[in-house]
Design a protein around this ligand. Structure first.
Ligand SMILES: Cc1cc2nc3c(=O)[nH]c(=O)nc-3n(C[C@H](O)[C@H](O)[C@H](O)COP(=O)(O)O)c2cc1C
Length: 208
């Protein structure tokens, strides 16, 4: 069964522009996959803690030897990976914070990238193990970071493309909502352009 995982990471909640545009894709995907399953995961500091030594340590202990705390930590970390493994389509809604991604999303990636599970090192270099998935990434930002404007200080979409590719997700489409802090007209234009761009995408899943 097709499954779409919608990951949101804005502190603006329902007012998030990246979420609003990402939800457009989710809606058209639902129409194209009436029997498909949509899972939404909203990342907050409370529900995605930093990866710490207690979690990393727990993952290094055999499942049947873990303490109750270690079992809980490992189950949380495994849950992040399992949610992605179960999805054939990912929609990530990502605000730009200080030229990069929200720290909650960084924590989520820190849990997702696990040697031997979502990537492995080979003689030919690293190999991502989360294959046959596609990602639609909606980035939103106050300014303009497109190809012709200040691209050099954009640590948002290049990082997302890189880390997704590292774990095997190489089919990545990025839609940008730009100019959200420039003024009402620029914000409305940036939002409308992003809505048009996302509606032009075909909501096909990779796996049936
Ligand atoms: C803490 C914080 C940091 C931000 N840093 C940047 C930035 O570095 N560059 C930028 O263009 N916009 C920046 N912005 C503006 C947001 O990227 C913009 O409002 C965007 O629409 C947020 O996405 P959202 O609407 O999905 O929450 C920042 C906003 C906040 C709250």
């Amino acid at each position: 069964m097709s499954t779409l995982l919608f990951v949101t990471a804005s502190l603006m909640g329902e007012n998030s522009k990246s979420r609003e545009v990402g939800a457009d894709y989710v809606d058209s995907w639902r129409t194209a996959h009436p029997a498909g399953v949509v899972v939404e995961r909203n990342l907050t500091p409370a529900n995605v803690p930093h990866l710490d030594m207690s979690t990393l340590g727990a993952l290094g202990v055999a499942a049947d030897k873990r303490t109750a705390d270690q079992a809980k930590a490992a189950a949380f970390a495994d849950g992040i990976i399992e949610q992605v493994e179960a999805a054939d389509t990912l929609v990530l809604a990502v605000p730009m914070y200080n030229f990069a991604i929200p720290s909650t999303l960084k924590s989520w990636f820190d849990h997702l990238a696990r040697a031997g599970r979502t990537f492995r090192y080979t003689a030919q270099g690293p190999e991502g193990l989360l294959k046959n998935k596609k990602a639609i990434v909606v980035v939103s930002r106050g300014g303009y970071f497109g190809a012709d404007a200040a691209g050099v200080s954009n640590f948002q979409d290049p990082y997302i493309s890189h880390i997704l590719g590292f774990v095997g997700i190489t089919d990545v489409t990025i839609v940008a909502v730009e100019g959200q802090a420039i003024g009402p007209e620029a914000a409305a234009k940036g939002l409308a352009e992003a809505h048009s761009a996302i509606r032009a995408l075909s909501p096909q899943a990779i796996a049936a």
